[in-house]
Design a protein around this ligand. Structure first.
Ligand SMILES: [Zn+2]
Length: 246
């Protein structure tokens, strides 16, 4: 049977009958991949170890007519630490869910893959979850190509007053004149706008030293999750885990 090899991260798994599982992955070269893992629910399954949540592996797959399947592989990064702490699981679940909504089967999206990998590695090293979460939420909007205009009016290009609302449907801040056309938008301070732009532009190496309060990072996470849900036109279910953390 024909096959292929991917470097991929596990986004999610579900049962497929009693014995098998269906795993959803984001691969470096082929975008989203969904594959059957035969016998994954059996206690002695060798393949089950390759599809631990959030782990990164080199996987050999066979190509089927309707679905592909996992043949063999090797774990490259198990992200054990991130998988064994509640905050880590909550944030990783949210990131994996959003990644799964954006990634398309057969469409390479290396920036998205690398963003998720960078964030998982940061969590694994023990970086603060709130910091990593805010970075992911801001950067995934950049990867999606819909980063909001935060330094001028999105409609007329004119200057905006402090505290101008962010209009999701228009993709940016609106000045007082253009606001008159209706719709409220979400309040965002000028300080948060600058913070979001800085987070959008920094090198991932700079994240550990990035100066921002926990409160501001949480506010950015909340705002950009709302914006992601608007852009993707769907609710991010695992967001409720983050709400529990507070
Ligand atoms: Zn305007």
């Amino acid at each position: 049977m024909q096959g292929y090899t991917v470097d991929a991260i596990v986004l999610g798994r579900s049962n497929l009958g009693e014995r098998d599982r269906l795993v959803t992955l984001i691969s470096r070269d082929r975008g989203k991949v969904r594959a059957v893992v035969r016998g994954a629910n059996k206690t002695n399954s060798k393949l089950a170890g390759l599809i631990q949540p959030f782990s990164r592996s080199r996987l050999d797959l066979w190509s089927g007519r309707s679905l592909d399947g996992l043949r063999s592989g090797e774990v490259l990064e198990s992200f054990r630490r991130l998988r064994t702490d509640f905050d880590g699981i909550a944030y990783a679940s949210c990131m994996a869910e959003i990644t799964g909504y954006i990634a398309q089967e057969g469409e390479k999206d290396e920036p998205l893959y690398l963003l998720l990998l960078t964030c998982f590695r940061a969590l694994e090293r023990g970086m603060d979850h709130v910091r990593v979460g805010a970075f992911f939420c801001v950067r995934v909007i950049k990867v999606l190509g819909v980063f909001p205009v935060l330094d001028q009016c999105v409609v007329c290009g004119g200057p905006v007053d402090a505290g101008a609302p962010l209009r999701f449907s228009q993709g940016g801040l609106t000045c007082a004149r253009c606001r008159a056309s209706g719709g409220l938008g979400t309040k965002i301070s000028a300080h948060l706008c600058r913070l979001a732009e800085n987070l959008r532009d920094i090198h991932p190496r700079e994240l550990a030293g990035f100066r921002a309060s926990r409160e501001d990072l949480l506010a950015l996470t909340e705002l950009f999750l709302d914006y992601a849900e608007f852009q993707l036109d769907r609710r991010v279910n695992s967001r409720s885990f983050l709400d529990i953390l507070g």
